[in-house]
Design a protein around this ligand. Sequence first.
Ligand code: SAM
Ligand code: ZN
Length: 173
Amino acid sequence: MMTPLSYRSPKTEVRQSKIHGRGLFARADIDKGEIVAMKGGHIVDRETLRREITPRLGPVEIQIDDDLFIAPVTEEERESSMLYSNHSCDANIGMRGEITFVAMRDIRADEELTHDWATTDDDDYSLECKCGAPNCRKNLTGKDWQRPELQKRYAGYFSAYLARKIAMLAPGP
Ligand SMILES: C[S@@+](CC[C@H](N)C(=O)[O-])C[C@H]1O[C@@H](n2cnc3c(N)ncnc32)[C@H](O)[C@@H]1O
Ligand SMILES: [Zn+2]
């Protein structure tokens, strides 16, 4: 058996999701700050992702910098790189660095583990959200990291490259 490209905590499990397709779920209680998953794969630029990967494998990547992503590149690698974390506007996992997903609060067994794409993405898309959370923002965009209320809500849990951008935008002393 191939060693998986990504790491998923033994406290997690992939199950059918009400949000979309399959999702990542807690199979045991998870404490705030615990590592839930780490994304592995190949490091590719946006052009390679759009031209060679997405058409064959679908949405399999996470963004790790302005023009860089981590993704599987072959069908054989797809399953072992996928984390299956869906987006929620009321997310319970966030980023530490660029590839590590951690619990943002205590999570109970059987809760779906979701991250907010605002914490990882800087892109041009716009998409209808199906998360079902009471605070759902309905229309998701690849620029949601720029929204002040999300910068506040997810402070400390943005991917490091976005945290740096947010810090650079902040008004000086
Ligand atoms: C990396 S996949 C997540 C795993 C996916 N559910 C599966 O079964 O493969 C990301 C895709 O899931 C869907 N998705 C995840 N969260 C969503 C949400 N809140 N609203 C709408 N679509 C969502 C979108 O189609 C998105 O491109
Ligand atoms: Zn939503």
